[in-house]
Design a protein around this ligand. Structure first.
Ligand code: NAP
Ligand code: MG
Length: 481
């Protein structure tokens, strides 16, 4: 029997149950800083129970032994269910994270799409037959890993639920999710919908709580088989160390300092509109935000002027006002961004606005445009995770490549030029996981393998690559006459 869903409960073994110590974490709305709910503050014991439930479910086989087609169908049922609860989820996401409703709606569309895509893909990942010696038949078989652990951040909680869980479930694993303490509401609601469509008990487990307690307990747990982590590079290192101790693999998605590279022959109308959108989306709290505009010297002043006009018109406002951007997630994130702005020597070109009626208790930061920013300024090198665009001039193609790659990160790049050969040269020379040419897809593209190099992490999410991450490959050698 499924006990009544409530955001104060964890989902373990198909039942909604309070954290063992029955302590709670208040849930606040970033638009006004006011609490509107609370979630369970779980401990190591709750994580133990969730991992045990997932293990029992996996061993029982009620999920992994379904045919791949049957698993896929249930994922697609969840996609439909998400569509039926579209407005409820979008409003909850907007209230919990402060993002404008239009953005929240786009996120819920993507969440449903993850379950639709991986539902359709579940029976389309095949093993291989490998040519070997005469008298042998050799095949490789993709099998589920077992129990997969998922730790996600607060910037896109609903989308991340779909992005990390759908491919793992499609491959037959049982999952334990620890959402971010600042944004657990939609992951819990999505888990409720998953129970309603009939996922077998223990297949999906969700435990809320603090990262250094519940998150750490999950990543160190000796009975998990894989960790999918998205968040900061610092915590990513700890998660990887924990995975290494237990000899399990992990994917790390750790953010970026992604360049938008604008050559003098670019179509500036489309380039600059896209560049503004890609750094303002979600208040700049996007791992793939295009937070550096690298602009060829010959057009630098013109570009700065046009971008400056756009930035002056941008408006930060409460989520339900549905303007260009909302507040940042917490007071801590706001202070972190403001510290960068106070300590930079770069020239401020333009500043956007904060709606007059926005509550002063909300965590608003006005959009900021800086340029020229020197190459060693923290604004040019570090992930700010706020609505801040740093513009840097470059001389020529060689200089553009050097500047673009002059970062510890390597997640996404945008290249704006009409020269076809240069498009290809640039795409090959850039050190990152995705290159967009005359377009930019911050956060988009469920079908497109996504992930980074260097401090941006490793492993790939999205597309068919994610399915491979959530499997182990078995080689079967059969001798015959
Ligand atoms: P974070 O601390 O790395 O949190 C990400 C997730 O890890 C959360 O679920 C968090 O739980 C959990 N966690 C925290 N400490 C842990 C530990 N010791 N062991 C296991 N899990 C742990 O990131 P953040 O504090 O939310 O954000 C800090 C910075 O990270 C941002 O400013 C940004 O630069 C970067 N970031 C990147 C992304 C991205 O998409 N790549 C997303 C968010 C943030 P709690 O929330 O409960 O602490
Ligand atoms: Mg919140």
């Amino acid at each position: 029997m499924v006990d009544a869903y409530s955001p104060q409960m964890n989902l373990i073994a198909g039942r909604w149950q309070p954290a063992e110590e029955e302590r709670k974490i208040p849930v606040e709305c970033p638009s006004n800083g006011e609490p509107f709910s609370s979630i369970a503050q779980s401990t190591e014991t709750d994580i133990d129970h969730a991992v045990a439930a997932a293990r029992q479910s996996f061993e029982r086989g009620s999920w992994r032994r379904l045919t791949a087609t049957e698993r896929g169908r249930l994922l697609i049922c969840l996609a439909d269910k998400v569509d039926h609860h579209f407005e409820t989820l979008a409003h909850l996401e907007a209230q919990d994270t402060g993002k404008p409703l239009t953005q929240a709606r786009a996120d819920i569309t993507a969440t449903a799409r993850y379950f639709e895509f991986y539902g359709g893909a579940a029976d389309k990942l095949h093993g291989e037959v490998i040519p070997y010696l005469n008298g042998f038949h050799v095949q490789s078989l993709r099998e589920p890993l077992g129990v997969t652990a998922h730790i996600i951040p607060w910037n896109y909680p609903a989308q991340m639920f779909g992005r990390t869980l759908a491919p793992s479930l499609a491959m037959g694993n049982a999952v334990v999710l620890k959402p971010a303490e600042e944004a657990s509401m939609t992951p819990l609601y999505l888990a409720k919908l998953a129970m309603e469509v009939g996922f077998p008990e223990g297949t999906i487990n969700v435990v809320t709580g603090h990262g250094d307690v519940a998150g750490a307990a999950l990543s160190k747990h000796p009975d998990i088989d894989f960790i999918s982590f998205t968040g900061s590079p610092e915590v990513g290192s700890e998660v990887q160390a924990a995975a290494a101790k237990n000899h399990v693999d992990c994917t790390l998605e750790l953010g970026g300092k992604s360049p938008q590279i604008v050559f003098e022959d670019a179509d500036l109308d489309s380039a600059l509109a896209a560049i503004v959108r890609a750094v303002i989306q979600n208040g700049g709290q996007t791992c793939s935000a295009g937070s550096r505009a690298l602009v060829q010297k010959s057009i630098f002043d013109d570009v700065i002027k046009i971008l400056g006009e756009s930035f002056s018109n941008l408006m930060a406002a409460p989520h339900d006002e549905d303007r260009d951007l909302g507040p940042l997630i917490t007071a801590t994130q706001k202070n972190r961004v403001e510290k960068y702005l106070q300590s930079t020597d770069a020239k401020k070109v333009a500043q956007g606005q904060i709606l007059d009626l926005a509550p002063t208790s909300g965590h608003y930061v006005a959009p900021m445009l800086y340029g020229p920013v020197s190459r060693d300024d923290p604004l040019a090198r570090e992930e700010i995770f706020g609505p801040v665009l740093s513009c840097l001039p470059f001389d020529d193609e060689t200089d553009a490549i050097e500047l673009a790659n002059n970062t510890e990160y390597g997640l996404v790049s945008g290249v704006w030029t009409l020269d076809g050969s240069r498009q290809v040269r640039m795409a090959k020379a850039l050190r990152c996981g995705q290159v967009f040419i005359n377009c930019y897809g911050a956060g988009g593209g469920i079908e497109l393998p996504f992930g980074g190099v260097g401090k941006s992490g490793h492993g790939r999410e999205k597309g068919f690559e994610a399915l491979r991450e959530f499997t182990t490959l078995k080689t079967i050698v059969q001798k015959h006459d």
